[in-house]
Design a protein around this ligand. Structure first.
Ligand SMILES: [Zn+2]
Length: 85
């Protein structure tokens, strides 16, 4: 670990966890960010319409079928054999 990182981390810990209740309202603490939990495509960040593809290894969601391998974990995609009817 770099020394600057440790000093910054120690400052953060001392600021956040050792401040008393009188001091806490005056601190500029990081605000919670909102997180969008909707499913979205890894490639273009769009919401999947009706059908999406998911890598069975890393669970990456894609709106279009990848051609050869998963773009994230590079697992080879094996095309599904057509079933005889
Ligand atoms: Zn994957």
């Amino acid at each position: 670990m770099k020394t600057g990182y440790l000093q910054d981390f120690l400052t953060l810990l001392l600021t956040h966890y050792l401040a008393d209740n009188m001091t806490r309202p005056h601190l500029l603490l990081p605000r919670p960010t909102t997180v969008d939990f909707k499913a979205s495509c890894f490639d273009d960040n769009s919401a999947p319409k009706a059908l999406a593809f998911m890598c069975s290894v890393c669970l990456t969601l894609l709106s279009a079928s990848p051609e050869a391998s998963c773009p994230v974990c590079e697992t080879p995609i094996q095309p599904k054999e057509p079933t005889a009817t």
